[in-house]
Design a protein around this ligand. Sequence first.
Ligand SMILES: [Mn+2]
Length: 323
Amino acid sequence: MKSRRAYRGMIKLTINETLQIFRDNDNFMILTHIRPDGDTIGSASALCYALRKIGKTAYLYDNPQFEDSYPWIAEPYIAPADFEPKYTVSVDLADEGLFPEGFKGSVDLCIDHHGSNTLYAKNTIVWPEKSSCGEVVMEIVKELCGGLDSTIADLLYVAVSTDTGCFVYGNTTGDTFKAAAELCYAGASNTYLNKILFRTSSKARLALEGLIFASLRYYHDGKTVIAIVTREMLEKAGATEKDCQDIASLPGRVEGAFSSAVIKEVDENHCKISLRTNGFVNANEVCGKFGGGGHKMASGCSMSKNCFEAADILVEAIGQELE
Ligand SMILES: [Mn+2]
């Protein structure tokens, strides 16, 4: 791992220093991030299981949003209300702004893979070249427990596969497949997990997708695709927040699309916009015009407009970038 000790002038831990911390401490509380995803939940649960396996007391902070995201994974590890932690570890949590709801306190050790990590914890181990935090946790628990078992392999497979969109996102590398292969050899139920994680949707989600696909709006000879998601559509589909995960990627599947946006109605005069592009249009610049931002190919912003007016304004701004 190159240059991991010289990140922004701060000392980052090596794996051996990290292992020593786990051996020297006990009564661990493990934090997942706000709006928890498979990476933070799978990584945190795998670490918790591994610590218990070597005789430590460890729990996951009871993130109130677990119920929206794979509640069956975190469930065996959630801390009871009277647990008094002595050492707090955050997992896949790049910034204090992402602390789970209700958490107040400081973090002793952060395990992460985001290059943007703000080094808010007393100690940090961050490997930005890893596609998921699960791959960092994997190296730690292998050393802690003297290898992987099928429970750890399942939990880490959830982490690695979800953070790479089942090995299709741009962060997927040869090393990601190597890690996944190691997890499969250790007993990960990849076929079963792929089915529930990537090939299963709620009825409400499928109904919502149907409504979205049926009402796509095309502009600029089909280079721009807009999906407007109204409160009425959500109601008609019976969809709640947890049925809306990653809807921003849906309209971009249309062939020929350079830019795609999901405009989600908040109320009559407010909406939230997620813009995805193929890189030809700079999403960060377009959203920046409306006080938002993000990355070149994925950005967001809010508008104090009716969602249909917002669509016209957004299309106009994208058109300027296409010229
Ligand atoms: Mn992650």
